[in-house]
Design a protein around this ligand. Structure first.
Ligand code: NAG
Ligand code: NAG
Length: 567
């Protein structure tokens, strides 16, 4: 780093403190030590812009016992909380988060939807990071850059997600960046997900033995079945809704109220009104709700979709001037039939970019004419559920992914051969038996790719890509063919990080590969991810440059064949 850059960074430090009082709160009273730490961070973490605030956290992960569905069970707590603490950030904040693992198993958190620009080192999945051993810690350093919206974090390994450890990650706009809707009068975060009474180790054992997970036992809203949200009549509130479950799509609705969709995973949307919204596993949406009804309490309802047995969970929207409890029938789900995929697909097509709104990105979202770019590569990925050695696995184009002991990213960095295979996974599906492998799909930085997710199974799919958001340009039933491109939305499709694929259907996306690194493309349906429906996209440039990718972190954890190497 040049002396000038260092001076600039050091100089701007007091300004940072004044301009961003929220970061001061987090620092507490031990001023000098923290000032020193920040200076060290500013000097050593040259990867971030000095004017952006730093936020410091220490999170301790433990087991605890609670009874979310009435009977006591072991769950994973973060700082004693289930769900974990809400991570409230302002866009471009730098996060320094020391995660201390007090479980009896290695642990990792991933930051779902945080794009980790140039920084797959901090992604928190087994392809990029060694898991944090028990009684040990790792300090994540990342920036929530150029994104505003509702996101989540969750444990990425060992089926820990079935025990908790997840939480909300909200990125707010800076006051100088306008948003295309009035500031809401308040803001509620709803983590909704299916839940099992069975311990995560037992569920894991069952998957390891080749058995699929049973149907969930219930649906939780913020870790419970009796949440309540209080607002004032006449005011407008943002509801930030995320599906943090393991396998079930949900439908969300509020008795007597309409939902105005304003944001989907970092995209400002056309502000359509809905009676209810489908939210698939791993997805998030933000809606505005105006409390324009007579003062009483109203049911907030989440129910599972596309299943013969519907699980329903309710919470309460309490008007502060209300004296009557919620009553009357629960608002009905969209249709009576349990498998109405058509309704859901039609709704998904109405999620669109507001082309006149700004975006938290260098280009205003409307000025980026993604539909005029010819993809440099086309991939078609088909999911399947093959038996391999007599046991259930899940696969992509026949390959069922297995995690190696050495993270792929470290194997790349230290030139350790034989960890992964870039020739295993074919670009299009073909017939034949499934097999196990550590599959990496090689791509070049600045490729612009079209990906078709073809689902020939009779179950819902949900696909997530780390490091990116992507345009979801089409959904259709049956087999994708070249003619399917005629139905693509090449004008105002929105970008998001997780896309659903309906049974016996396809979904197409476009991705601008502008973020170098090793990125996990995985099923968000958690048993599928666990049993191999994932792989890594290696976005690579032969010319290594700090302008494209940050250096290996100086506190990197080493494991597998990376042990003994020096970063
Ligand atoms: C563990 O925490 C300590 C501070 O308590 C920190 O100095 C160290 O860098 C952390 N370890 C890793 C690997 O990040
Ligand atoms: C699009 O965003 C603009 C603000 O830039 C807002 O005024 C307008 O209402 C939005 N349009 C729709 C249809 O949501």
């Amino acid at each position: 780093m040049s002396v000038l850059a260092l001076m600039v960074e050091t100089f701007s430090f007091p300004v940072t403190l004044q301009a961003e009082p929220r970061s001061v709160d987090k620092m507490g009273g031990t001023g000098l030590l923290h000032v020193f730490c920040i200076l060290v961070a500013l000097v050593s973490v040259s990867l971030v812009q000095a004017e952006d605030a730093y936020k410091f956290y220490t999170w301790t992960v433990t087991y605890g016992t609670i009874s979310p569905l009435g009977s006591p069970q072991q769950v994973i707590l973060i700082n004693g909380q289930f769900p974990g603490p809400r991570l409230d950030l302002v866009t471009n904040d730098n996060v320094i988060l020391n995660l201390i693992n007090k479980l009896d198993e290695p642990f990792l958190l991933t930051w779902n939807g945080i794009k980790q620009r140039k920084n797959s080192w901090q992604d928190g999945v087994l392809g990029t990071n060694c898991p944090i051993p028990p009684n040990s810690n790792y300090t994540y350093k990342f920036q929530a850059k150029d994104q505003i919206g509702t996101y989540t974090y969750f444990p990425s390994t060992q089926l820990h997600k079935a025990a908790g450890g997840f939480g909300a990650l909200n990125v707010y706009h800076r006051s100088v960046i306008p948003i295309p809707y009035p500031n809401p009068d308040g803001d509620f975060t709803l983590l909704i997900g299916d839940w099992y009474k069975t311990n995560h180790k037992a569920l894991r054992q069952s998957l390891d033995s080749g058995k699929s997970l049973p149907y969930p036992d219930g649906l939780l809203i913020n870790g419970q079945t009796h949440s309540s949200f209080t607002g004032n009549q006449g005011k407008t509130y943002m509801f930030r809704i995320s599906n943090v479950g393991l396998q079930t799509s949900i439908n969300f609705r509020i008795q007597g109220h309409t939902l105005k969709l304003v944001e989907v995973e970092g995209s400002h949307t056309l502000q359509n009104l809905y009676d209810s919204l489908d939210v698939h596993v791993g997805q998030s949406v933000s809606v505005l709700v105006t409390l324009n009804q007579p003062p009483k309490d109203y049911f907030v309802v989440a129910s599972t979709r596309f299943s013969e047995t519907t699980l329903t969970s309710t919470a309460v929207l309490h008007y502060s001037n209300s004296n009557s409890p919620a009553s009357g029938p629960l608002p009905a789900p969209p249709v009576g039939k349990y498998n109405d995929y058509d309704w859901s697909m039609k709704q998904a097509r109405t999620y669109r970019w507001n082309l006149t709104a700004n975006a938290a990105r260098p280009n205003p979202q409307g000025s980026f004419h993604y539909g005029k770019i010819t993809p440099t590569r086309v991939f078609k990925f088909a999911n399947s559920a093959p038996l391999i050695n007599g046991k259930l696995h899940y696969a992509v184009n026949k390959v069922s992914y297995v995690n190696p002991d050495t993270p792929l990213k470290l194997a790349d960095y230290f030139n350790i051969p034989g960890i992964f295979d870039v020739n295993l996974l074919q670009n299009t599906p073909s017939n034949g038996a499934g097999f196990i492998g550590t599959s990496v799909v090689p791509t070049n930085l600045h490729d612009f790719i079209e990906v078709i997710f073809q689902n020939n199974e009779n179950t819902m799919q949900s696909w997530h890509l780390d490091g990116y958001d992507f345009w979801v340009i089409g959904y259709g039933f049956g087999q994708w063919t070249d003619a399917s491109r005629k139905s693509y939305n090449l004008v105002d499709a929105l970008t998001r990080h997780t896309a659903q694929v309906y049974p016996n259907s396809w979904t197409s996306i476009l991705v601008s590969l502008d973020n170098q690194g090793m990125w996990n493309l995985r099923s968000a349906i958690w048993e599928r991810q666990y049993l191999g429906q994932q792989f890594y996209l290696r976005v690579w440039n032969a010319q290594q440059s700090l302008a494209n990718e940050y250096n290996i972190p100086n506190n990197v954890l080493l494991c597998g064949k990376a042990v003994g190497h020096h970063p």
